[in-house]
Design a protein around this ligand. Sequence first.
Ligand code: PSV
Ligand code: MN
Ligand code: MN
Length: 431
Amino acid sequence: STPFSISADFIADHNRRLEDATTEDYDALKRALARHGINADALVDKVMAFGVAIPTWGVGTGGTRFARFPGPGEPRNVFEKLDDCAVIQRLARATPTISPHIPWDKVDDYAGLREQAATHGLAFDVVNSNTFQDQPEQELSYKFGSLSHTDARVRAQAVAHNIECIEIGRKLGSKALTVWIADGSNFAGQSNLTKTLDRYMDAMREIVTALPADWRVFLEHKLYEPAFYSTVISDWGTSFAVAQELGSKAYCLVDLGHHAPNVNIEQIVARLVRFGKLAGFHFNDSKYGDDDLDSGSVEPFRLFLVFNELIDAERRKAEGFAPAYMIDQSHNVTDPIESLMQSAIELQRAYAQALIVDRAALEAAQEANDALGAHLELKRAFTTDVSPLLAIARLRAGGAIAPISAYRASGYRSQKAKERPAVTGTSAGIV
Ligand code: PSV
Ligand code: MN
Ligand code: MN
């Protein structure tokens, strides 16, 4: 039997009850924005064009190193993951692409997988490689590292895996590879801090050489975990220096949870833009470190400030500025579909709020050293409730005015619980 899906009629029915109130709120916001010389309809168009990739692994319940508490009706393979990604896009209309993780999403027929995605209106974005775990069929272990391993055979195996990811990505229609390695050390003295980086560089050069002409590689840095004393690609400085040495195809990816505590992430973003090396983002939120909490759930102002830098770069037509957006979260206590829809909305919110900053007024205040005036301009934009505008963007794109309530009313999860018998314990691709 055909798997249950949420129909366009169901969404239209659900919207009907909310449409009048939404339009009323939107009209009020439109008038308020007009007083600042902002055209709300043009903003709606921009929001409708905004897209962030869903990671295929994000639709499964996450877990910590202590436990994973699987939810009902979880996807059991990449095709079922596609079905869930399709629902997220159908209702919230902000996630037209998906980002695969290899080998979690390995299949025999990638053309078929790509076609299946296309039937849902989805396309594949950046491919993620994985040399941070051992796979059953794998010859050599990554316990002591991958691309920076002391043993040349392990490095060669990790390089070959990344090249295989590029091959798979080509079949899926991707144009970039993200490399995050868990390499590092857990004891002072365990590794030679210089030699590990040299070995990584040599391995990365081989991967860069294997990239097709129109491909890029994204280097994802991370301060700690699972290596708790030192990490080879630990911070944006290392990432930037490595990207410089690797040349014009290498860029630096910013995962919001991968920085030292209290670091000014928006300034890192501005620096990477300035030097033409910003690859894009793994969006999530964090309280302590790489918590992988839902985007905008803890520090919405910081998210807004990141988007403020992105809009500034876009307006200046910063050279080579084309950031790739992906959500990278671990949904441990929520239905992942709900979390991902809400996260995509929070990203659109930060984007829309950054768009309504009066750039001329901000610049004038900055030039006049009017610190509070400049700050108040940002605060005005940040405190504007753009929710009705986001709802109208979804409505015009054929989505749901209230995606989470529509999703709950549809009974999708309980249908899936019947169609997909429970997954027990941990399984590949559900991290
Ligand atoms: C590592 O913490 C990371 O952020 C990388 O992007 C991985 O690919 C991802 O998490 C998924 O585990
Ligand atoms: Mn990440
Ligand atoms: Mn992470």
